[in-house]
Design a protein around this ligand. Structure first.
Ligand code: ZN
Length: 262
């Protein structure tokens, strides 16, 4: 069995927001944004984000700054020069070094009221299942369909919402999925599509989709606003157009469908 590191002691999770926390989040508290109770729910939430590169990095950064109590990021490998057109948690001084550690260090530097946990690899089936069960929300920003579908399996099994954010070149996609209520990612991709190793990525699109994923996560965790449940949002950055469609659940889906009784 894969051994997981023990989570570090969380920031003050005793209940109420401290005066310092209220000062930190003052600009996002008030009419039309978050209530005190919404912010408290964020403080007590855990979010798993894999991976934390072009899309997941901005998502993790914004959720850290917004005050989500525990952020768990999973990302393997070392930072390479071509990563720096989009991976906002890295820097030139970190080239050649492990991505996860420096990403985690940067996130911690942004908000001492948040606990950041780092998994320096892409989790396997078993590990991601454990991580999903410890989370209130899973965000998958992985480039491979196999990894995205692995996260989907774990989220459906743990019955936690899944936000899937992806991009190809100047186009980005976002799906907000609730197990057993909306379509799951396997409903959308009954067979695993092939993976193109070096597909084009533009940092501005990565960050846009990461920001939208973070916003949906905040609404879900704070129980505020209207999350895009069961929707696929596509942003055609080349033409500056958003499209939105409702995803249809597959009753025979091999991940979230009903088992066939013979
Ligand atoms: Zn499904």
């Amino acid at each position: 069995m894969t051994r997981l590191p023990e989570p570090p002691n969380p920031a003050d999770r005793s209940g109420e927001l401290s005066a310092e926390e209220l000062e930190r989040y003052a600009r996002q508290l008030g009419p039309g944004v978050l209530t005190h109770a919404d912010q408290t729910r964020l403080k007590h939430a855990t979010v798993l984000i894999t991976r934390a590169g072009g899309i997941g990095g901005p998502a993790a950064l914004l959720l850290t700054m917004a005050g989500v109590g525990r952020i768990v990021i999973a990302h393997g490998g070392t930072l390479e020069s071509p990563d720096l057109n989009r991976q906002v948690l890295g820097s030139e001084s970190g080239l050649g070094q492990a991505r996860a550690a420096q990403f985690g260090e940067y996130l911690r530097s942004m908000n001492r009221f948040v606990t950041v946990e780092v998994i320096p690899r892409e989790p396997d089936d078993e590990e991601v299942g454990v991580l999903a069960r410890r989370s209130q929300l899973v965000i998958t920003c992985a480039p491979t369909f196999a990894e995205r579908l692995r996260l989907n399996n774990a989220a459906v099994a743990a019955r936690v919402p899944l936000i899937d954010a992806a991009q190809w070149g100047m186009t980005g996609t976002l799906m907000v999925l609730q197990p057993h209520r909306t379509a799951c990612l396997r409903c959308v991709y009954p067979t695993t599509p092939p993976f193109e190793e070096l597909f084009p990525v533009v940092g501005a699109i990565s960050s846009a989709m990461g920001s939208l994923a973070a916003l949906e996560a905040i609404k879900i965790l704070a129980e505020s606003g209207e999350p895009l449940w069961g929707q696929l949002v596509t942003y055609d950055g080349f033409r500056g157009r958003f499209h939105q469609v409702e995803l249809r659940r597959d009753p025979l889906c091999r991940c979230c469908g009903q088992p066939i009784v013979c």
